[in-house]
Design a binder for this molecule. Structure first.
Ligand SMILES: C[S@@+](CC[C@H](N)C(=O)[O-])C[C@H]1O[C@@H](n2cnc3c(N)ncnc32)[C@H](O)[C@@H]1O
Length: 220
């Protein structure tokens, strides 16, 4: 769920972002499945391992999967609770040495360096945050020849009883346009939707649709 908060002045106080996401994670022992996201497996499964940056890594399912395939991963989230769980998961999988967990509010600070793969999966929030600016910073962190992968929810889940009234789900074309990438430097490899099976909170089966944007930076 994303609200249109990319306009100038659409920022929230840093402590509000952290408070919201800490509350989200502390409300439950585990929020996500711990498995890698299907679109990541689909796209990165075909790539040779290199360096990866996962922004909004949550409990670390994607980072652990990448590290298990030989990637050196930097995994970032604003929630220390989520990062603690991700770190424990990495240790349990024997890949802790290949993941550098960093806590950032990406609206304020961004990890140093450039990466062969920069991945942003479901970087949505029901509170204001400058998503487009963060995604542009993510594009800047892609190394020459590297890939930026953005995967968004294309809409609310079929079992959502009370979707947020102001929720907006930008389509893949809109997300790509918001990155303002130079066509001379970037090549679009994926731009569309992908479906995946999922289970609702009461055990109901359903199908979720994602928007998938994958763009590769030229080597110049
Ligand atoms: C919907 S969750 C997705 C988590 C993970 N990527 C996944 O696919 O399971 C969004 C994540 O982004 C993080 N996040 C949201 N705003 C952030 C910000 N400003 N800086 C850093 N992380 C942020 C949240 O803490 C949360 O873990």
């Amino acid at each position: 769920m994303t609200e249109r908060t990319d306009e100038p002045g659409g920022e929230v106080a840093a402590d509000e972002t952290e408070r919201f996401w800490e509350g989200h994670y502390q409300a439950r022992d585990r929020v996500w499945s711990g498995r890698a996201n299907p679109a990541l497996v689909d796209v990165a499964g075909a790539l040779p391992p290199g360096t990866a940056l996962d922004i909004g890594c949550g409990e670390g399912g994607d980072g652990v999967w990448l590290a298990g395939r030989g990637w050196r991963v930097t995994a970032v989230d604003v929630s220390g609770t989520a990062l603690g769980r991700a770190s424990a998961s990495a240790a349990g999988a024997g890949v802790a040495a290949r993941i550098d967990f960093q806590r950032h509010d990406l609206a304020r600070t961004f990890p140093d360096g450039v990466f062969d793969l920069v991945s942003a999966h479901y970087l949505h929030a029901p509170i204001e945050f400058p998503r487009e600016r963060i995604l542009r910073a993510a594009a800047s962190a892609v190394a020459p020849g590297g890939l930026l992968l953005i995967v968004d929810h294309a809409g609310p889940p079929p079992w959502a009883r009370d979707p947020h009234p102001h929720a907006v789900f930008p389509g893949p074309e809109e997300v790509l346009a918001g990155l303002a990438l130079s066509p001379a430097e970037w090549r679009t490899e994926r731009l569309g939707s992908a479906e995946r099976p999922a289970t609702g909170p009461d055990g109901e089966p359903g199908t979720l649709t994602d928007s998938v944007i994958a763009v590769r930076r030229g080597t110049r």
